[in-house]
Design a protein around this ligand. Structure first.
Ligand code: C2E
Ligand code: MG
Ligand code: MG
Length: 543
């Protein structure tokens, strides 16, 4: 780099000296022509007045002056021509250099996004007549930010340079290689339609290079990568940009599946993506139009059959698709950061609906793991309680085991804050996560909810029965009531009772239903579950 700079400086210094020399020559000739003109001014005047009768000497002087003036003009013109040519060369050179810079990643020397698009177009044009295919490998580094954060940007930059140079060395010479953004690379290679091995090999080579550890001035830096591949005939109608988009879709699949191998694009991925983005759009719209409503699932005293409370389960009343279950939309709402808003709307509506129900009935609401990282969660819940005029003592917040494990400290502080406001805490889906006894001890729990997977297998698997018994015994030993989920029929009801369970919920007692129908059920204070698959016992609200 430095040598190139010096050479460029010398060249430009040289050309400046040359130009100055040429300028001096032209000026000298012009000055002598002007001096000659002044000197021969008398002779010119004489020729002008005397015409043909002027002397031979005078005519010669005038001719010499004219000649020198002509030479001076020619030199001047030539000088201008050379200058213009030189300027044009300089401009062309500058434009060439600007074009290279505009399509090159300055850090690694690889192509950038524009360079990749140009290179891809060129590759496409070169091989389209030969009926070959072009493949794009889209790559994203893993943990690159951690390298920057931990070792600094110098190490991160040097690592990128090393990776780029290794990629260049290992991949075929005709491959177009680019760094598209901080930690994203893309490679385009030609391949035969019936032989994808070359592409697969390039993908494996890339993953190998990007997975190695590199010693950078004594610091060991290592990343890793996810890789997606898409391929299409070079002569295809679809644009090269579409091919890159498909490789990116495959990359996204590799990333979400945390795949250590290249993932090939297939059309179903694109359809899934379209469906997903339509769902996101509809979800945003649904939130604006209050399409998310609370449904209430009864929770009962297993011995008396009395309803002791309800679990609030969100439902999406979609205008065309009907009632959508939370498994479909909760993960999407979490991903796009709308779970907090959705949850607030559902809890707010649930509290408002349940405010006038029997004062002994509790209301349990579900909180997603992502909501637990919201420092204002407790304040938001308290605000909802105040707005609805619902007593905090009747509210139970359900937190799943897995979300506790993500950040136990945070969960502990949120639990303490909720308890401080008189709100109770339940551990949901117990048995599906780490089922840590130290968690049970360290959190101020008011209820443990045994996951329904143990209950639905109760009649078939002896271990499930043993687990139900063990958890109910544990609950009574540490003074925390256990709620058994997923009781679907009378034999299961009888079995969990025999195993020591005292509280339960499930389709046998009633499927979740709307606020209006729940209120109806409570006022009639009879009628069994509205949608139960089997014939359940008659329920009474706790009095
Ligand atoms: P969960 O909190 O464990 O809720 C219990 C789920 O089991 C509910 O499914 C319920 O309908 C279902 N269920 C109850 N009894 C039975 C039974 O006897 N048999 C069978 N097979 N299933 C039964 P749902 O309503 O589809 O909810 C699924 C999950 O979605 C819930 O699991 C909860 O984690 C989440 N969820 C529901 N509503 C909300 C919400 O408002 N906010 C958040 N963050 N999550 C919610
Ligand atoms: Mg729950
Ligand atoms: Mg549960």
């Amino acid at each position: 780099m430095r040598v190139a700079l010096i050479v460029r400086t010398l060249i430009s210094a040289n050309s400046r000296t040359e130009a100055a020399r040429r300028d001096l020559l032209v000026v000298l000739i012009l000055v002598s022509a002007v001096m000659l003109l002044i000197w021969n001014g008398g002779s010119l005047l004489q020729i002008a007045t005397e015409g043909r009768s002027a002397s031979f000497g005078t005519s010669m002087k005038v001719a010499a002056t004219a000649l020198i003036l002509n030479v001076a003009l020619i030199l001047f013109g030539w000088r201008r021509y050379v200058d213009l040519q030189h300027e044009a060369e300089l401009r062309a050179d500058g434009e060439r250099r600007a074009a290279i810079m505009a399509s090159t990643d300055s850090l690694t020397g690889l192509a950038n996004r524009k360079g990749f698009a140009d290179g891809l177009q060129q590759l496409n044009a070169e091989i389209s007549t030969a009926g070959r295919h072009v493949a794009i490998l889209s790559v994203q580094l893993q943990r690159f930010k951690a390298v920057n954060d931990r070792h600094g940007y110098d190490v991160g930059d040097e690592l990128l340079r090393r990776l780029a140079s290794h990629i260049r060395q290992e991949l075929p010479a005709d491959a177009v290689i680019a760094r598209l953004s901080g930690d994203e690379f893309a490679v385009a290679v030609a391949c035969d339609c019936d032989n994808r091995e070359r592409v697969e090999q390039a993908g494996e080579a890339l993953l190998r290079i990007l997975g190695r550890s590199y010693d950078i001035d004594g610091t060991l830096a290592q990343v890793g990568a996810f890789l997606g591949i898409a391929v299409q005939p070079a002569a295809s109608d679809s644009r090269p940009a579409d091919l890159l988009r498909r490789a990116d879709i495959a990359l996204e699949r590799a990333r979400s599946a945390r795949s250590a191998r290249p993932v090939w694009f297939d059309a179903s991925m694109e359809q899934a993506l379209i469906a997903r983005s339509e769902l996101e759009h509809a979800l945003r719209l649904g939130l604006e139009h209050d399409q998310f409503v609370p449904f209430f699932e009864p929770q009962v005293d297993l011995r008396s059959g009395e309803i002791i409370g309800f679990e609030v389960l969100a439902r999406w009343q979609h205008p065309t698709r009907g009632m959508i279950r939370p498994d479909v939309f909760i993960p999407v709402a979490e991903d796009i950061g709308l779970i907090g808003l959705l949850s607030e709307k559902v809890i707010g509506a649930a509290l408002a609906a349940a405010r006038d129900w029997d004062a002994k009935l509790t209301i349990s609401v579900n909180i997603s793991p992502t909501q637990l990282s919201d420092p204002c969660l407790t304040q938001k819940i308290v605000r909802l309680l105040e707005e609805a005029g619902f007593p905090a003592e009747r509210l139970i917040v359900e937190i799943t085991e897995s979300s506790l494990f993500a950040d136990l400290e945070l969960a502990r502080s949120i639990a303490a804050a909720l308890k401080g406001h008189g709100i109770s805490l339940a551990l949901d889906d117990f048995g599906t996560g780490f089922s840590s006894l130290s968690q049970l001890r360290s959190l101020p729990l008011d209820m443990i909810k045994l996951d329904r997977s143990f209950v639905t297998t109760l009649m078939a698997e002896r271990q499930s029965a043993a687990i139900v018994r063990a958890v109910t015994t544990l609950g009574s030993a540490i003074g925390v009531p256990v709620m058994v989920e997923g009781i679907e029929d009378a034999p299961t009801h009888a079995a969990v009772l025999a195993l020591g369970a005292r509280r339960g919920q499930g389709w046998y007692f009633g499927k979740a239903t709307s606020a209006d129908r729940t209120a109806e059920l409570l006022t009639r204070n009879l009628a069994g579950p509205l949608e139960a698959p089997t014939s359940p016992p008659r329920l009474r609200a706790a009095s």
